[in-house]
Design a protein around this ligand. Structure first.
Ligand SMILES: O=C[C@H](O)[C@H](O)[C@H](O)COP(=O)(O)O
Length: 239
């Protein structure tokens, strides 16, 4: 028997979800200290982080932020959060970003918003990488969410076939009936696996394919995960 939500129940679920994103995003600001260079992630959870960070900056917090997307850069600039590029920094103290799925070992799938390459470059370079999520993103084993993979536009059809041979359905991402183009002028292939047995191995295999820029699998990169739980949060540290 199928369970159907009433409109009211559905809106309560959505609101709760948004509240959890907000709780996680706002809590993450506690980890940003005066003088830090901060990698700013992308997405609807990071939105809440940026709002609160903007407030702290207006109250006198001194930070430099490097955004993972043009969208985030605009949001931050509107709040007068100081923005820098890689030309102006030699380290990133902390990077904070959302995720589409997080497993018990804090391996994650990212890229639902198509920002995975810049996000990975910044997360890898940061001394500390924190992900912020609502409870729905937690999972025993990665694979509930499709896996975004950024590829070069040239020959994407061939790249897609090689990825499909690894055991998934591949869909070229579209937005408003047009091909979605990333901030790096590349395409995104959304890959639907029934199950991901070994995420690290899969990441390596996909990255070996010519034409792949990078995958949304962030393996062994997360130091800490902040999970929104209603208006509270739980902090999960890497074991
Ligand atoms: O490309 C987008 C990013 O990886 C996002 O951080 C991820 O999709 C999570 O986004 P949201 O917080 O909107 O669910």
């Amino acid at each position: 028997m199928k369970f159907r939500c009433t409109v009211k129940e559905r809106s309560l679920i959505l609101n709760n979800n948004e509240q959890e994103k907000r709780s996680a995003g706002e809590k993450a600001v506690d980890f940003i200290k005066d003088g830090m260079t901060v990698g700013l992630g992308t997405g609807s959870t990071v939105y809440w982080l940026i709002q609160k960070l903007g407030k702290r900056v207006s109250e006198g917090l001194k930070v430099k932020c490097i955004p993972t997307s043009i969208h985030t850069e605009r949001l931050a600039m509107n709040l007068e959060i100081p923005i820098v590029t890689f030309n102006e920094i030699d380290k990133i103290d902390i990077a904070i970003d959302g995720a589409d799925e997080v497993d018990k070992d804090l391996n994650v799938i990212k890229g639902g918003g198509g920002a995975l390459v810049r996000e990975k470059i910044i997360a890898e370079f940061a001394d500390q990488f924190i992900v912020i999520v609502d409870q729905k993103k937690l999972s025993e084993q990665l694979g509930k969410h499709f896996l975004p993979v950024e590829v070069t536009p040239f020959g994407w059809q061939a790249t897609a076939k090689y990825i499909a041979n690894l055991g998934c359905q591949v869909k070229l991402r579209e937005e408003d009936e047009k091909i979605f183009v990333s901030d790096n002028d590349n395409y995104i292939l959304d890959c639907y696996f029934e199950k991901i047995e070994d995420a690290a191995k899969l990441n390596e295999k996909i990255k070996m394919i010519t034409g792949v820029v990078d995958t949304g699998l962030f393996i062994d990169m997360v130091d800490l995960c902040i999970v929104g739980k209603g208006s509270d949060t739980e902090i999960i540290k890497k074991q």
